[in-house]
Design a protein around this ligand. Structure first.
Ligand SMILES: *Cc1c(COP(=O)(O)O)cnc(C)c1O
Length: 493
């Protein structure tokens, strides 16, 4: 398997792609073709555990990793680290509406599915491509990636990690999770700006020739824990294949039948992983892309015009408060028929004018697969309240955006095939927004009091990793202007 950049022709191995994180031309790495799951392979997957399914699927992309490296990574990532034996259980909450709970990991959001595994993969890859070098993981976060990356990489030998988060754009629980992080190789810093500023800052550091030389002189190699790193995508492809196997195993789906997927979307990584699964043969019908009030993606699917020149809103689903969805670049590459020049032009236009328009043929292809709509905070709360009252199921704000948009899709199209909805975070991570949706009365000031009340009302236990934050010492208090990010990194190194 060879990988290329979305913006120019290259041919790199999986290990090289993971270690580099982003191409030097600013593009993202994509596979040159998609591996196909044949019938026998799927038959074998169905009775397997999640871990065994992962160990079977990952080498289809990561073909220069040894079987031992894959096995060691999968076992380390998914045994004893999740609060559930199956790290990605599928629950049919209403007829044909299956919630894929991806938040049973140590930081209570779906980012753990990939970021518990990525450190194993990256260190194995670095041994192969950059022996003796130290990896420097730069991470921009809208709230959940930061903590998941810290949890994965803290105290991993041969690695340093820096996380930038929007100072005023994450939930109190998310902030506390990050600022209390221990580890000799970690640093965490707030940015005066939003996630897009943090992500642009990180991309600029990555591609700055002076910075690259500074690092090379010191045997340091930048890499990324963001979903721009292909190593984030592959583990996410696994859980869509695994969800399909579960539907077949439980008879909710018969061989040959199709199902839909709904994903609460920000940086477009999670939904892209589902689309990759379809290219490999998973019979997915529609991809329902759910946005919050920052609805740049649902507008794009409707018009073919991507336009970030609009107001940025801080919402109750902060992990999706994004106006530049990086992974869309990968989809554009594949839909353009692998035309790096076309993608490079669109991305240049995005950089220079904040917008681009795709060709009608590309838009037609996009709309065959994708359907999009958005959901504001009021609708989010209503969706949480309704599902809790009717089914006793408590969901977080991001998942609620997806459920709301899925129901809108059902009403407008009547397409009631089974649907897998990505449930991306524990409701306890966003308790101040979730509690008022399910209970009347005043929401306490103190974050832990809110979490406790939510637990009392829902009769669900507070996840251990969140409960244990109480009383932890805050270790990272820095906050800087976005222009100062390169300087901050030099000091850290
Ligand atoms: C990151 C995140 C999302 C958005 O996922 P993308 O892959 O960036 O589209 C949705 N919900 C939660 C809880 C997240 O942490």
């Amino acid at each position: 398997m060879k990988f290329t950049s979305t913006r120019s022709r290259q041919a790199l191995s999986a290990s090289e792609v993971l270690v580099r994180g982003i191409a030097s031309d600013g593009g993202l790495f994509v596979p040159e073709c998609f591996p196909v799951l044949d019938e026998d392979f799927v038959k074998k997957l169905i009775p397997m555990s999640y871990r065994d399914r992962a160990a079977a699927v990952l080498p289809l992309y990561l073909d220069d990793f040894t079987a031992d490296e894959i096995r060691h990574g999968v076992d380390g990532a998914y045994s004893g680290t999740f609060d559930n034996d199956d790290p990605a259980p599928l629950k049919e909450v209403e007829k044909n509406m299956h919630l894929l709970e991806l938040w049973h990991g140590p930081t209570c959001a779906f980012k753990d599915m990939a970021l518990q595994l990525l450190p194993y993969l990256l260190t194995a890859a670095a041994k192969r491509c950059a022996p003796g070098w130290t990896l420097v993981i730069l991470t921009a976060t809208s709230g959940d990636t930061g903590k998941a990356a810290l949890a994965g990489f803290a105290d991993v030998p041969g690695v340093k990690i820096a996380v930038f988060y929007p100072r005023d754009g994450v939930s109190a629980m998310q902030k506390l999770q990050m600022t209390t992080q221990t580890g000799d190789n970690v640093t965490v810093c707030g940015i005066e700006g939003n996630f897009d500023d943090a992500q642009n800052g990180v991309k600029a550091i990555f591609t700055d020739p002076e910075m690259r030389k500074y690092l090379a002189d010191r045997k340091l190699q930048f890499s990324s824990a963001n979903s721009i790193n292909f190593g984030r995508l592959v583990p996410q492809v696994v859980y869509y294949i695994s969800a399909w196997c579960d539907l077949l195993k439980t008879g909710k789906l018969k061989a040959g039948e199709t199902f839909n997927v709904t994903v609460p979307t920000g940086n477009f990584g999670n939904i892209l992983a589902a689309w990759y699964a379809k290219q490999m043969g998973v019979p997915i019908g529609k991809f329902i892309c759910a946005s919050n009030r920052n609805n740049v993606l649902s507008d794009f699917i409707a018009t073919g015009i991507y336009d970030r020149n609009r107001e940025f809103y801080t919402t109750d689903s902060p992990s999706m408060d994004i106006l530049i969805s990086s992974n869309l670049e990968r989809l554009l590459y594949h839909l353009s028929g692998n035309e790096p020049e076309e993608v490079a032009n669109l991305m240049r236009s995005l950089k220079e004018t904040g917008r681009y328009q795709v060709k009608p043929e590309l838009l037609a292809k996009l709309r065959q697969d994708f359907w999009g709509a958005s959901c504001d905070d009021r609708e989010t709360a209503a969706a949480i309240g309704e599902l809790f009252r009717e089914k006793g199921y408590l969901m977080d704000t991001h998942t609620a955006v997806a459920v709301h948009v899925y129901k809108k899709y059902l009403r407008e199209t009547g397409d009631d095939r089974p649907c897998v909805i990505a449930s991306t975070a524990s409701p306890f991570k966003f308790a101040p927004a979730v509690l008022p949706a399910v209970a009347d009365g005043v929401v306490p000031e103190d974050g832990f009091a809110v979490t406790q009340m939510l637990s009392d009302v829902s009769k669900c236990a507070i996840p251990g990793p969140l409960a244990s934050l109480k009383g932890r010492e805050v270790l990272h208090r820095q906050s800087i202007a976005k222009e100062d990010m390169p300087e901050f990194i030099r000091n850290f190194l």
